[in-house]
Design a protein around this ligand. Structure first.
Ligand code: DP6
Length: 370
């Protein structure tokens, strides 16, 4: 598919007003997206587990209006929020060619997260995907309202198209958001080993996932709940002219190809190696860019060392991954849940800010709410 496939021919809307509501989860990358080109095109492919408890719930109420400016209000956790407006304004500008109704309505965007805003957990993936899904539901209403059910456009507006375009639109809000529409594993970025992969949207990983990797668990240890030291926009730019960039992008293709095999053959040892190496490589890229950053905190390293010790002494298949920050995602198989949570409570909680951590598990993707 190309960008043109996401440009609607026309809809002479007859809908005056309405409202739509979605919940959309966050995701955690196993092979990391780090580096992008113009129009949110990733420099390398990535794959993530879709999460289930960390999510954003967004309701968009739309009312027909006069004039051609964008018009919207953002209400975050019950209160009008001006701080989010510039990001949404930029998003609307980026996607208006694909959603031409955006200037015809006033939008009330009411949104909240199931995780604390100040937890240091990136809400852009869940937030942007939830908003993209709401806009897609509005487009669906406009499309289905004005065209005959037997027409080509109506037929083409099926759930596959809906999910692809929702992911395409979410990507233009935040790259990783395109991996939050579906579950349980999603690949984004064109790569040889995944036949239908695309730079434009995320695709569901459709290989048979080995039972070892089904219902995987993710305990998110909140080491530092402060504002991100480096925004992802700045972070991705650090890959321009980075000495190790081309090698890193190549490595992501290789790691993804191997992870595809591992996810189907159940090889936990290689899973751990690839996932932890990806996390450390992401941080290594930041430490070796100009300007350079250390996003891990002393407690991040304490936790990593404790995880290694625990794995060594118990034979557990626990491992860690990191986002572009200090928090640690502890990943482990479902059948180790009890012993890993005991370990977290007895050994790792001490390194979390105010003892906070979030228990999550792999999920099936976004859901439309009544
Ligand atoms: C380290 O998706 O937040 O979490 O496209 O600029 O919004 P933008 O970046 P974003 O980058 C996420 C980077 C990452 C790795 C990943 O999720 O793949």
């Amino acid at each position: 598919m190309t960008e043109q496939d996401f440009t609607p021919k026309s809809y002479t809307s007859k809908v005056e007003s309405g409202s739509v509501k979605w919940e959309s989860p966050s995701n955690i990358a196993l092979v990391k997206y780090w580096g992008k080109r113009e129009s949110q095109i990733p420099e390398n492919p990535s794959i993530s587990f879709t999460l289930s408890n960390c999510k954003t719930i967004t309701e968009v109420t739309y009312t027909k209006k006069e004039g051609t400016d964008f018009s919207f209000d953002v209400i975050f956790e019950g209160e009008k929020n001006a701080a989010f407006k510039p990001k949404i304004q930029t998003f609307f500008e980026r996607v208006e060619g694909y959603l031409p109704f955006l200037r015809d309505y006033h939008f009330k965007i009411e949104t909240s997260n199931t995780f604390p805003h100040s937890s240091g957990i990136a809400s852009s993936a869940s937030g942007m995907s939830a908003l993209a899904l709401c806009l897609m539901s509005i487009e669906e209403q406009l499309t289905k309202n004005v065209i005959q059910s037997e027409s080509e456009e109506f037929q083409n507006f099926n759930s596959d198209f809906f999910n692809k375009k929702a992911s395409f639109i979410a990507r233009l809000g935040s790259g990783s958001a395109c991996r939050s529409i579906e579950g349980e594993l999603v690949v984004w970025g064109e790569t040889k080993s995944i036949s239908d992969s695309s730079d434009l949207f995320g695709v569901k990983f459709t290989e048979n996932v080995h039972p070892n990797f089904q219902n995987y668990q993710d305990a998110i240890l909140l080491v530092d709940k402060g504002e991100k030291q480096v925004s992802s926009t700045v972070g991705h730019k650090l890959m321009y002219g980075h000495s190790f960039a081309s090698k890193r992008f190549e490595q992501a293709h290789e790691n993804l190809a191997e992870l595809k095999e591992v996810l189907t053959n159940g090889n936990q040892k290689r899973f751990i190696e690839i996932v932890e190496s990806e996390a450390l490589t992401l941080h290594a890229m930041m430490m070796t860019s100009i300007p350079y950053f250390i996003l891990m905190k002393p407690n991040t390293l304490q936790i990593i060392n404790k995880i290694w010790e625990f794995r060594q002494s118990t034979g557990s298949n626990i491992c860690f991954t990191l986002d572009a920050g200090a928090n640690v995602h502890v990943l482990f198989p479902e059948d180790e849940q009890k012993k890993v949570y005991e370990f977290i409570k007895s050994e790792l909680v001490a390194y979390c800010q105010n003892g906070h951590y979030i228990c999550d598990t792999v999920g099936k993707g976004a859901k439309k709410l009544a």
